[in-house]
Design a protein around this ligand. Structure first.
Ligand SMILES: Cc1cc2nc3c(=O)[nH]c(=O)nc-3n(C[C@H](O)[C@H](O)[C@H](O)COP(=O)(O)OP(=O)(O)OC[C@H]3O[C@@H](n4cnc5c(N)ncnc54)[C@H](O)[C@@H]3O)c2cc1C
Length: 549
């Protein structure tokens, strides 16, 4: 019997093998393309359990087969791609199960935009949303430990996940949540699959305590590697395996349910926009602005700005705005370009408060200080619509690149580096110097200034014969630079295929060994998303790049 037919015999959801479907799920937002053999759309957790049991059995019989979970498919690293079975959650397992106080229980396939609309009815939000908030889903936010513009105040997805149901290699769903002393001690006694995982993870973390602690990244955000350093909270005596599951890119099991603790955001905001021409002032600007405690502090560069101006008709559609009204709203930017040139960097600092007056006062104080201290061009957005225009340029920068660069392709491979904010003024020119050595590379820089996290997106011609060599060289040099500052190779986008080969460089051989052990503990049979994050060969990854030839 062929594989799809065998799966259909026990599966309630859809099992598809058409070329159209396999092509559709052969891409994410990375530079890779891998065609799956089968794409399945589970109806419920029983479907997932039966599928895992089936694959486990096939593997025991020697088949080359695996399961790769996929939610929105907007990953920039190749995380949800596979040549075997891709399990898609957005078609059926996309429900909000309910609220308990400030907690929401949700299935992985729910799009963030739909989830957000529901939580806002209760005056609550999940504040770790990424710039892809309109197209990504909850499962991938957890899979990648996604972050975004509100990280500075609220941190990343890891802070809000309170419970996860995940199907393991024995085909059964397990609930992971923070366990207090008596509870985890009890788990260590159990001779079950779950007890075994708790015992081995506990032993590994306790016996390598110093090593695990040393592995903790020295920057404010990280999605690289497996988060082993937050599992064991010594002070509270809490053992929490959700910490290692969040950000594991579907390599430890398949998540079927998540409970989030949500937050009640300040209802009013005011946005200060800074136009920076002289990059030498950047260090002082960051330091001084941070004293005013903005809720968000974001940036994008002159290339992003140019693209945004060039494609403002598309903005009109995105903003659901009248084309002519929006064109008029861009006049100040066009005028600025004509009279004073395009600023090298646009910085957005958002202040929020309980009342509009309070937010406005905070913004005015920060703006006045910036003008007085640095003599830079600034403005405060007069309306929400005006603020939204600047936010959209920031959020849509990568999407615009993906869609509008004829003959060239947005090529994310150094897209998510992090250093400490005070290192940014020294780091950024060094980073740009490396990239500028390559004539073939046009690129944009946007990022989370307050976290020292930058999204550098080169544009490349996929037919360029030097493409892979440039990727090899530039990635090596950029990651060496990042690591010389004790930074992270990925603040939020994760490792996947594109960065998996550098994880050992970031954490060192011993910690990398613990990551490999973690994978063995959770997934001894290699069922879940093999060859991502760890045990990744750069050459094998590069072979999967879509060259367009
Ligand atoms: C325009 C654009 C802007 C972006 N901006 C940001 C940003 O600001 N911050 C950021 O963090 N990311 C960003 N990203 C990357 C990506 O959109 C996010 O990380 C997003 O959270 C991924 O969600 P998804 O539903 O699309 O995940 P997918 O692509 O479907 O999956 C992501 C990973 O999670 C795993 N996964 C998915 N579902 C499950 C499940 N049920 N069980 C186990 N594992 C699962 C997958 O196997 C994969 O490894 C951006 C991408 C684009 C295209």
């Amino acid at each position: 019997m062929n594989l799809a037919r065998e799966i259909r015999s026990f599966f309630k959801g859809d099992v598809e093998i058409s070329t159209k479907t396999r092509n559709e799920y052969s891409r994410d937002a990375s530079l890779f393309r891998i065609k799956p053999e089968i794409v399945v759309f589970p109806k419920d957790v029983t479907d997932v359990c039966n599928l895992v049991s089936f694959v486990a059995k096939k593997k025991r019989e020697g088949a080359h087969i695996s399961l790769t979970a996929r939610s929105g498919g907007t990953d920039m690293t190749g995380g949800p791609l596979s040549d075997s079975i891709v399990v898609v959650f957005t078609r059926y397992m996309n429900h909000l199960k309910g609220f308990v106080g400030e907690y929401a229980i949700v299935e992985p396939g729910m799009y963030y935009r739909d989830f957000d609309a529901e939580t806002k009815k209760h005056g609550l939000i999940l504040p770790s949303y990424p710039a892809s908030r309109e197209i990504c889903a909850i499962g991938g936010m957890v899979g990648n430990n996604a972050g975004g513009e509100k990280n500075l105040k609220y941190g990343k997805t890891e802070h809000y996940v309170k419970k996860i149901t995940m199907v393991l290699g024995d085909g059964r769903p397990y609930v992971f949540k923070p366990l207090h002393k008596g509870e985890w001690e009890q788990k260590l006694q159990e001779h079950t699959v779950e007890g075994d995982i708790y015992r081995r993870m506990h032993d590994m973390i306790v016996s390598h305590h110093a090593l695990v602690e040393k592995a903790r990244p020295a920057v404010s955000k990280n999605s690289s590697g497996y988060n082993l350093w937050d599992i064991w909270d010594e002070n509270r005596e809490v053992f929490d395996l959700t910490k290692v599951i969040v950000g594991s890119q579907g390599t430890l099991g398949i998540i079927t349910n998540i409970t989030f603790q949500l937050v009640r955001p300040n209802p009013h905001s005011a946005l200060v926009i800074l136009f920076l021409d002289d990059m030498k002032k950047l260090g002082g600007v960051i330091k001084r602005m941070m004293r005013h405690k903005p809720e968000s502090f974001e940036s994008y560069d002159d290339n992003t700005f140019r693209i945004a101006i060039k494609y403002f008709p598309e903005f009109a559609v995105r903003l659901k705005s009248n084309f002519f009204k929006l064109a008029i709203s861009f006049f100040p930017e066009l005028w600025m370009m004509l009279t004073r040139g395009i600023p090298k960097l646009v910085l957005l600092a958002e202040f929020t408060a309980k009342t509009p007056k309070e937010a406005r006062l905070m913004a005015e104080k920060a703006e006045k200080d910036m003008r007085a201290s640095f003599g830079i061009r600034t403005k405060i957005a007069r309306t929400n619509a005006e603020a939204e225009k600047y936010w959209l340029m920031r959020r849509e920068s990568f999407n615009l690149l993906r869609k509008h660069t004829r003959g060239l392709r947005a090529t994310p491979f150094i897209d998510d580096v992090v250093v400490r904010p005070e290192q940014v003024p020294e780091f950024l020119p060094k980073l740009e110097k490396i990239i500028n050595e390559y004539d073939d590379l046009i690129y944009t820089v946007a990022g989370h200034m307050g976290d020292g996290n930058f999204h550098v997106i080169p544009l490349m011609d996929p037919k360029n014969k030097r493409m892979k060599q440039i990727i090899r060289e530039v990635a090596r040099r950029v990651y060496d630079l990042v690591l010389s500052y004790h930074g992270s190779i990925s603040g939020e986008h994760n490792d996947g295929l594109i960065r998996g080969a550098y994880v050992e460089d970031m954490f060192g051989k011993d910690v990398y060994g613990l990551f490999q052990e973690t994978k063995r503990i959770f997934d001894p049979d290699g069922i879940f998303n093999p060859g991502k994050k760890i045990n990744v060969s750069l050459e094998q990854s590069l072979a999967k790049i879509e060259t367009g030839s």
